[in-house]
Design a protein around this ligand. Structure first.
Ligand code: APR
Ligand code: PHB
Length: 388
């Protein structure tokens, strides 16, 4: 089998890149390790920057998002001194779209099906070959048979645990990492959201976040020690702790109910450089991971896809040099979002061993955010999305 771009991974990065390339007349084959239902079963953040929503519309996948997504003009932050709002629209003229990643992935699969894109599910033991030649190829197994896919380029969209990053020689990669000393216990419940917009809470007992998927589906998070296990937390214990960490007025009016999903996720910041090795280009979580505090994971995948799509279009149009700028261009925006996600995590969580000085610095950061328009503008600019 032969194609122009072999895409490893059928998550948001791989599907969006495949959709854009096919609509531009460039052939792709997506190789996904899991079944489609497994991919669609993942629960992920759902706050989309305008750059991401514009790209989804450009890919022909924006109709349901525009119909069902919720526009937020701002967000709330709460501390022991009370709750305040950062108005994105007033500060930087931008908004965000609340629309779950599961929905985005569903829309991408539907769009890919509509154009007859080639997606191979349950592709096992994917391996990348001859990446530094002008004739790379990919091998994989499916239904007990081995397959070879010849291609012009390979897009590594296979996430943090994928094969693509590992296909770059270790001595040619520089990896940057910060592992945070806590996790997020997340609950999804068929309950009305606690507030119209999100609430990020800095509390002496730990961070909490009140988010949502739609007017009947809420998403909540609690900072928990890394030693916690999800079975340690009954629903009642979760709701009680969440009420302790959210503003009293919000907690009093909050609707609770059975969790339909409950899990603990670790937090890390990670970047690998460069994002290119010969004819292999890394995209999304394959190259970088952000703590979810800034809701940047899917949005960074979108900007990577945007840059690589533009470069591949130019390359297939005769300008192969366009690919030379992909890694540096993507990394510039990635590090901006990496910094913001680290900053949001640093000012909102309780760190083990945090002393009184650290506490006062957090309070000072949050006070500036509450009282300085310039601080709010900087946060709003980062939260709603740095320029592409
Ligand atoms: N071969 C084929 N497919 C693979 C392999 C492999 N060796 N390893 C992983 N995959 C698949 C996974 O099953 C997954 O469906 O690659 C896909 C990678 O998808 P994501 O991990 O979602 O990464 P990405 O598409 O970059 O999307 C980033 O998704 O996980 C969230 O927080 C993340 O919001 C961010 C977004
Ligand atoms: C979510 O709704 O899952 C969500 C929202 C904002 C974040 C993180 C997660 O910063």
């Amino acid at each position: 089998m032969r194609t122009q771009v072999a895409i490893i991974g059928g998550g948001p990065s791989g599907l969006l890149l495949s959709q854009l390339l096919n609509r531009a007349g460039i052939e792709t084959v997506v190789l996904e390790r899991q079944t489609r239902s497994y991919v669609l079963g993942r629960i992920r953040a759902g706050v989309l920057e305008r750059g991401c929503t514009d790209l989804l519309r450009r890919a022909g996948c924006g109709a349901r998002m525009d119909n069902e997504g919720i526009i937020h003009d701002g967000t709330n932050l709460s501390t022991v001194n009370g709750m305040f709002r950062v108005d994105f629209k007033a500060r930087v003229g931008e908004t965000v779209m609340v629309y779950g990643q599961t929905e985005v992935t569903q829309d991408l699969y539907a769009a890919q099906d509509a154009i007859g894109a080639t997606i191979v599910h349950e592709a096992q033991n994917v391996a990348l070959h001859d990446l530094t030649t002008d004739a790379p190829y990919v091998t994989y197994e499916k239904d007990g048979r081995s397959h070879r896919l010849d291609c012009d380029y390979v897009a590594g969209c296979d996430g943090f645990h994928g094969i693509s990053r590992q296909s770059i020689p270790a001595d040619r990669r520089t990896e940057y990492e910060r592992v945070y000393p806590f996790g997020w216990l997340g609950v999804l419940s068929r309950t009305a959201p606690a507030a119209e917009e999100l609430i990020y809470a800095n509390h002496p007992r730990g961070f909490a976040l009140a988010s949502m998927r739609n007017p009947q589906l809420s998403r909540y998070y609690l900072q928990v020690p890394l030693s916690d296990k999800v079975e340690d937390w009954t629903d009642q214990a979760f709701w009680d702790e969440l009420r302790r960490r959210l503003p009293a007025k919000v907690a009093e009016g909050m609707e609770t109910g059975p969790s339909i999903e409950k899990s603990i996720a670790p937090l890390r910041s990670f970047v690998t450089e460069p994002m290119r090795w010969g004819r292999l280009f890394l995209v999304g979580d394959a190259a970088h991971i952000v703590p979810p505090t800034g809701a940047k994971g899917l949005n960074l995948a979108a900007s990577d896809v945007h840059y690589l799509f533009e470069a591949l279009q130019a390359a297939f149009g005769g300008d192969a040099a366009a690919l030379d700028g992909y890694s540096d261009r993507a990394l510039r925006r990635i590090w901006g979002a990496m910094r913001f996600s680290w900053w949001m995590t640093s000012i909102l969580h309780r760190f083990p061993g945090q002393d009184d000085f650290d506490q006062k610095i957090q309070e000072a950061e949050l006070y500036q955010l509450e009282t300085l328009e310039s601080a709010q503008a900087a946060m709003a600019r980062n939260y709603t999305g740095l320029p592409y």
